[in-house]
Design a protein. Structure first.
Length: 337
């Protein structure tokens, strides 16, 4: 059983690698992984830690987000956005026609009728979409955002490994080494899948390859008709994020308080700058926020005296101020007068 992806010569010219992990997709994948009885030793520390932080609002997502082997509605993981805010905005504005087909597929694939609260989603009810969006955001902030730096690092390792294979040995080498569950037999890329046996013809649309931290042990495919097809494959987990033995866990309470004071986005920007000065572009990559959101947050932080900003050529460089450092460390800030 497998997905067999058939390439044309045009498709081979349109193979690309994702530039950044998708925060919304990773958040949904992490919920699916949480539903597994045994996600593996790599995820055991995160699983125990995240269970203790499970927000009440997220319980409604249990219906929509099954284990990795079940059907998950596509509207939850739009592939066009590369930051959480933009992804949730896209989710909130999912066309009614798309939602109706998605919910019909949900019923057909799961073999169960829609629960009462889910049924309005098929009609694009704003309240239902807002409830889903709020629950996803709550889960991201509780269980994904605190370990985002580790996730991003593993993504970068996988992406750079693929890019190195492409540059030094060519496309055949890259496609052959993506993951043990993926086999490249030109012109077909075969993805192991225990539940489906499906031939997919790209027809010149190309393919986007996206490493994922939380996808589990098997790759997945997204066939959004408005975007190039996407293959999502597992990163190599040669290091474990263990909250009980890392600085992330020790600083979790401080981060929570800082987020309550500044807001999650501004707290993430300030924390990124506490490690080193950074450009706006780098902040976008490190925080998972959109360029417009980073620009807004840096303006607010600068006006509050927590960061300094200066232009260096075509880039904008941000540096945390002594006042910002004291706030990060939990020291009392002096009155401005």
């Amino acid at each position: 059983m497998a997905f067999r992806i058939h390439f044309t010569s045009d498709d081979l010219l349109r193979v690309s690698l994702a530039q950044e992990p998708n925060p919304l997709s990773e958040t949904i994948f992490s919920l699916r992984l949480l539903r597994l009885r045994d996600p593996g030793t790599v995820f055991a520390p995160w699983r125990r830690w995240s269970h203790s932080r499970f927000p009440r609002s997220v319980h409604l997502l249990r219906t929509l987000v099954p284990s990795p082997h079940g059907f998950c509605p596509d509207f939850l993981t739009p592939t066009g956005a590369t930051d959480l805010d933009a992804g949730l905005e896209e989710l909130l504005h999912t066309p009614k026609s798309f939602l109706r087909k998605d919910m019909e597929a949900y019923v057909r694939m799961s073999g169960t009728p829609l629960p009462l609260w889910v049924a309005p989603l098929a009609d694009g009810a704003p309240r239902a979409l807002e409830a889903v969006s709020g629950a996803v955001r709550d889960w991201h902030q509780a269980a994904v955002a605190p370990m985002w730096h580790h996730l991003y690092a593993r993504f970068e390792v996988a992406r750079l490994s693929a890019a190195r294979s492409l540059l030094t040995e060519g496309l055949d080498s890259m496609l052959s080494r993506l993951h043990p569950t993926i086999r490249w037999t030109p012109p077909v890329l075969e993805l192991a899948c225990p539940d489906h046996d499906w031939d997919i013809h790209l027809g010149g649309r190309g393919l986007l390859l996206t490493p994922s931290y939380f996808i589990g042990q098997e790759p997945a495919i997204n066939l959004d008709p408005d975007l190039p097809p996407v293959v999502i494959y597992p990163v190599t987990h040669d290091s474990t994020w263990n909250p009980a033995s890392t600085s992330e866990y020790a600083e979790d309470t401080r981060r929570t308080r800082l987020s309550a004071l500044l807001g999650h986005g501004r707290a993430a920007v300030l924390e990124a700058l506490s490690a080193d000065q950074s450009t706006s572009t780098h902040l976008v990559r490190r925080t998972g926020l959109s360029p417009a959101t980073v620009s807004h947050h840096t303006t607010v932080l600068r006006e509050a005296g927590l960061i300094d900003t200066r232009r260096a050529g075509i880039s904008v460089q941000h540096t945390i101020t002594p006042l910002g450092i004291r706030l990060m460390r939990g020291h009392s800030a002096p009155h401005p007068w």
